[in-house]
Design a protein around this ligand. Structure first.
Ligand code: APR
Length: 312
């Protein structure tokens, strides 16, 4: 039997995720959205592309949840995207309703699923999904770290003219402007970034990484990034379904790691068929620890706001 991935929210990120997944023949796909006809149209269009690329996958579009039954993975991207000048946190209120409903409807039909959350503010929405589904923390993961790290890798590649494959970057913390791009653990073919790049160029890359999502929002004028976020989800889905034990930066529920408790927060996690198998800890210097605490404060504040709002 083929694996099944349901994607809630068939907008830009959701449908692009379906595209990456179908092209890699990773699973049958269900696209769910509230807009009538849209998920059905996108599913049909994508299915009609598969004879050309020579891949087999069943692709279903729907406005309901019954078709999601027995999913192995549920990806939640439903929500409102950021508009120019809007922070990810501004989206909290509107998106909590949407994600809460999506999580509640899907868990009834797929009690064994692993959840990947994209809707922003990401770390808080992952927390909400865990509460609503009542799943163990290993089975709820937020997509953010692969994306933030990929952006940093892209900027280093542009700077040095080196293949993206040689560049390994690690971004920790909340998926917001206080995220913590690591400059010593990140490297080019093993050479730490702080040794290969002049300090001011490295600082510029760190800043651009932190504001990477906003840069795309300003350029697009309407909507937010979707190619890179969707590619990141596809990598997570593949790691889980193929039980790869792949270590990637992602938002996971911390229970003491990095001195933090009871929040979803970006850290290196090992992904396999049971979800988050392990969370790794870097030895951070004083400055990195301080930056991480600042980022954690932001996430904690939003989780508190959510708890008051939806009475968790
Ligand atoms: N149930 C299902 N789908 C919904 C619901 C709902 N209750 N409410 C909204 N949607 C759908 C919208 O109809 C839309 O098609 O979610 C989709 C969101 O898609 P886009 O507006 O294209 O936004 P996108 O760029 O995909 O971003 C979605 O992911 O990266 C994050 O910050 C981003 O929170 C945002 C989310």
């Amino acid at each position: 039997m083929r694996n099944k991935v349901s994607i809630i929210g068939a907008g830009m990120t959701g449908s692009t995720t379906a595209h990456w997944l179908a092209e890699r023949e990773l699973a049958d796909i269900v696209l769910v959205d509230v807009v009538e006809g849209m998920p059905q149209g996108k599913a049909l269009d994508l299915f009609e592309a598969l004879p050309v690329v020579g891949k087999d996958a069943k692709i279903t579009g729907t406005n309901g949840y019954d078709e999601t039954e027995n999913s192995d993975i549920v990806v939640i991207t439903a929500g409102l995207p950021r508009k120019p000048g809007m922070s990810r946190d501004d989206l909290l209120t509107a998106n909590a309703d949407i994600v809460g409903k999506a999580a509640g409807e899907t868990i009834k039909r797929s009690p064994d699923a692993i959840y990947i959350i994209l809707t922003n503010p990401l770390d808080v929405m992952a927390y909400l999904a865990m509460q609503v589904t009542n799943l163990p923390p290993q089975r709820v993961i937020g997509q953010a770290g692969i994306l933030d790290s990929a952006r940093m890798r892209a900027f280093v590649a542009m700077e040095l003219g080196v293949s993206v494959e040689n560049i390994h970057c690690y971004v920790l913390g909340g998926h917001g402007d206080e995220m913590v791009p690591l400059t010593k653990a990140s490297n080019v073919a093993g050479i730490p970034l702080n040794e290969i790049l002049p300090a001011e160029r490295l600082e510029a890359i760190v800043e651009r990484t932190r504001k990477g999502g906003g840069e795309i929002v300003s350029l697009l004028k309407s909507g937010s990034a979707y190619y890179a976020p969707a590619a990141a989800v596809a990598q997570m889905v593949e790691a889980i379904l193929k039980d790869k034990h792949l270590i990637v930066p992602a938002s996971a529920y911390l229970q003491g790691e990095y001195g933090l408790k009871d929040i979803f927060f970006g850290a290196p996690v090992q992904l396999g068929r049971s979800g988050v198998e392990k969370i790794f800890e870097y030895k951070l210097d004083v400055e990195e620890r301080a930056a991480l605490s600042k980022s954690a404060e932001g996430v904690k504040t939003n989780i508190e706001a959510l708890r008051t709002m939806v009475k968790l």
